[in-house]
Design a binder for this molecule. Structure first.
Ligand code: ZN
Length: 234
């Protein structure tokens, strides 16, 4: 995002915050009596109060927080095992090709500390390029999606919106190749290290998750039932 656009957005936020209070409505989350925000720095979400807008940005739902890794892990392991046993399956190969294409067409690798000012779409491409640079196995990427599919199917209170699944899986994938790490042996005053992690929230997760959803769509449609049967049998 350029400076001009950033300033325009800032001004829009200010203008909206200055609107008369009659313009403010209630947060849309049932049972929440706070006012909806006219806009916050991390986007112009007018539907929720600050806390719920923040939860929505980070977890993909204003109602539910992300699954803990321990909750996802058994499903992820089952998905990896199933993918290994079915590596030649038509739909597995289809999903692998799609994930590879996402990584290969993502453009140049961008260091995590150079992400400032990029649009969410550009940041999501950078995330795919990071997976490529880190040589992450596409099976792991696909397993993340399958794990979230299985977990939400097994959870009677799961958030049913596609966006929640997309954000959950994107967070897992984001973690597979996250951060830029550098070390200078001969820096003044001794060796120096930097570790920069891209923030895992907001619209960039929606872009990653949507692409992942599309890449795994046919595999899920054709094979999720048999993957789940295998998982339940173990
Ligand atoms: Zn609220």
């Amino acid at each position: 995002m350029g400076w001009a656009t950033k300033r325009e957005r800032k001004n829009a936020v200010k203008a909206r915050a200055a609107e008369p209070s009659a313009f403010f409505s209630r947060c849309r989350v049932v049972g929440c009596d706070k006012s909806a925000r006219a806009g916050t720095e991390n986007g112009l979400d007018t539907r929720f109060c600050r806390a719920h807008a923040d939860r929505y940005a980070r977890h993909g739902s204003p109602y539910r927080v992300s699954y803990k890794s321990a909750e996802i892990e058994p499903y992820r392991r089952a998905a990896v095992a199933w993918l290994e046993a079915n590596a030649e399956d038509l739909w597995v190969r289809n999903a692998i090709d799609r994930v590879k294409t996402l990584c290969e067409t993502a453009g140049p690798h961008v260091e995590a500390f150079r992400l400032r000012g990029l649009s969410p779409e550009e940041r999501s491409r950078a995330a795919w390029a990071r997976l490529r640079a880190a040589k992450v196995d596409p099976h792991c990427v696909i397993a993340a999606w399958l794990a979230v599919e299985m977990k939400t199917k097994a959870d009677p209170q799961a958030e049913s919106k596609a966006e929640f699944k997309q954000v959950q899986a994107a967070k897992l994938v984001h973690r597979l190749a996250s951060g830029t790490h550098k070390r200078w042996e001969n820096a003044p005053g001794g060796p120096k290290e930097i570790h920069v992690y891209p923030r895992s929230r907001g619209r960039v997760l929606r872009h990653i998750g949507k692409a992942l959803d599309e890449a795994c769509g046919l595999l899920v449609e054709n094979r999720l039932r048999s993957i789940m049967e295998t998982q339940e049998a173990t």
